[in-house]
Design a protein around this ligand. Structure first.
Ligand SMILES: NC(=O)c1ccc[n+]([C@@H]2O[C@H](COP(=O)([O-])OP(=O)(O)OC[C@H]3O[C@@H](n4cnc5c(N)ncnc54)[C@H](O)[C@@H]3O)[C@@H](O)[C@H]2O)c1
Length: 461
């Protein structure tokens, strides 16, 4: 589904009109292409006094080939010439990302350090630049004052996401004490074009053993099951996981057999035609995975349906079918795969929720219930599976350009597209890349998280 308004706004006359009339101005987002560097420019890294992350972050950035800019760099004027006294425009050299370690902030007066760092740099980011603030999860803080200040970081990052615009994203990364070495996959994901449509999120990282990761093909040697892989987000996900090195098992209903075969062939994977709601689906799937691969390292429950009606007009079969596909069948499959020990240590369970599951949505009581259930599943299973070394997370997409959203009536569709900090819908690849990050062996410290891929949608924000 193409966004004609955005295409027009990117032309010269379109840009002029958008500016003159004050219309939404969807920026071109920097998306990942194989071989891209993590950033297109230097990053600024600083910390509040006592920060425990600034050193590991500096090491990580340097080893990843990212240039850390010198905080004492002389400001330049609008003509690019140095202004040692900061006069005449005081333009700070452009940065690709601003990273601030706020773990040293132990009370509300310390929050001033945020203003001191970000205020002079507020206009210094390139388009599609990145802001990351690193904090301590409030529940891990030593005092009430510290927990209060650390919780306050969320207001800053969410507001920056809304203020900076131009495709710039802003996140808060809560890193538990002892998890300092488990942050690399997240920093790489957030710096890169893979996170183009993720903004205003709070990501939690806990302590974990992180193995050596080949960052060019992090999923090498892993088997990944993708349900609903014949089209939309699932088809793109199969491509992205395969490009990251995974052997993909693509599953969809028998009716979608031809499209499914095309996807599986294109990524060198296998196809499984199966209706997930069939009573024998979990056993048949488990047998297939056991016989063909001996295990499954990554399970992505992506298949989903909508059957919209307001509650008073909803028929029982609309309610039941949505709950069955989007939630109950996933529970049954997880149970069988786990009972038969087919998901090994280092395994990843990833659900696909929706912002409707967070905010609710008119005409979608069934869908929103099922998608909130996915969040419940993730949060309740994460601690249970921690001992087995399996992480459980979900993505919650907002408005993504697929057949599902193409069916929404024009005016509502146009509103849905623009009501976010990026002023545009996301693409299936944005969801797929976020899932690939959660699936990475480097993301061992991330469990129980629900990450929205919604361009910081105003819904449920
Ligand atoms: N597109 C969006 O804007 C958006 C937003 C939020 C959440 N999501 C979620 O993302 C996921 C993918 O969405 P999409 O837009 O790609 O949808 P889509 O309709 O294009 O694809 C869904 C796939 O799931 C398959 N499927 C449905 N029922 C099945 C069953 N019983 N057994 C096996 N396969 C089945 C379909 O055949 C289809 O190929 C869904 O869970 C959806 O709820 C999408």
């Amino acid at each position: 589904m193409s966004d004609r308004y955005a295409s027009f706004a990117h032309t010269a006359p379109g840009r002029a009109l958008v500016k003159r009339l004050g219309l939404p101005d969807p920026p071109r987002l920097r998306r990942y292409h194989p071989g891209d560097p993590l950033t297109h420019g230097p990053v600024r890294l600083d910390a509040a006094p006592g920060g425990r992350l600034v050193e590991p972050l500096a090491k990580l950035l340097t080893s990843a080939g990212v240039e850390i800019s010198d905080p004492n760099t002389t400001p330049v004027g609008p003509d690019g010439t140095a202004r040692p006294d900061g006069s005449d425009g005081d333009r700070t050299p452009r940065q690709a990302a601003l990273l601030f370690d706020a773990t040293g902030i132990t009370d509300s007066s310390g929050l001033r350090a945020l203003f001191d760092f970000f205020h002079p740099l507020a206009r210094a980011l390139y388009p599609s630049g990145r802001v990351m603030v690193f904090g301590t999860p409030p529940e891990s803080c030593a005092s009430v004052r510290e927990a209060t200040a650390q919780r306050a970081l969320e207001g800053l990052t969410r507001s920056i996401g809304k203020e900076f615009r131009r495709g710039i994203t802003a996140q808060l990364v809560h890193v538990a004490p002892g998890a300092e070495r488990a942050v690399e996959s997240t920093v790489r994901f957030l710096l890169s074009g893979r996170s183009a449509y993720v903004s205003g999120q709070v990501i939690r990282i806990g302590p974990a053993e992180v193995p050596e990761v080949d960052w060019t093909r992090p999923l090498e040697g892993r088997t990944a099951l993708v349900t609903g892989a014949a089209r939309g987000i699932g088809a793109t996900l199969a491509e992205v996981l395969a490009a990251d090195g995974a052997r993909v098992v693509a599953l969809d209903v028998p009716d979608a057999g031809d499209a499914l075969a095309r996807v599986a062939n294109a990524v060198g994977g296998t196809a499984v035609q199966l209706d997930l709601t069939a009573p024998d689906a979990p056993l048949r799937l488990a047998d297939h995975l056991a016989d063909r691969h001996g295990r499954v390292d990554i399970v992505v429950h992506n298949a989903g349906i909508t059957r919209d009606k307001t509650l008073g007009r909803m028929t029982p079969d609309r309610w039941d079918s949505v709950l069955e596909v989007n939630l109950s069948s996933q529970e049954r499959i997880n149970d069988v795969l786990l009972d038969r020990d087919l998901i090994p240590r280092g395994g990843r369970l990833i659900g696909v929720s929706s912002i409707a599951g967070i905010a609710g949505n008119l005409g979608q009581t069934n869908y929103a219930t099922s998608k909130a259930g996915v969040i419940g599943l993730v949060q309740s299973m994460a601690p249970v599976l921690a001992d087995r070394g399996i992480t459980v997370n979900a993505v919650a997409p907002g408005f993504i350009e697929t057949r599902l959203t193409a069916r929404i009536p024009l005016v509502i569709r146009e509103v849905g597209r623009r009501m976010n900090s990026m002023a545009q819908g996301g693409l299936p690849v944005d969801v797929a890349q976020t899932i690939a990050w959660l699936a990475s062996p480097g993301s061992a410290g991330i469990t129980g998280n629900v990450v929205r891929v919604c361009g910081q949608s105003l819904l449920g924000a």
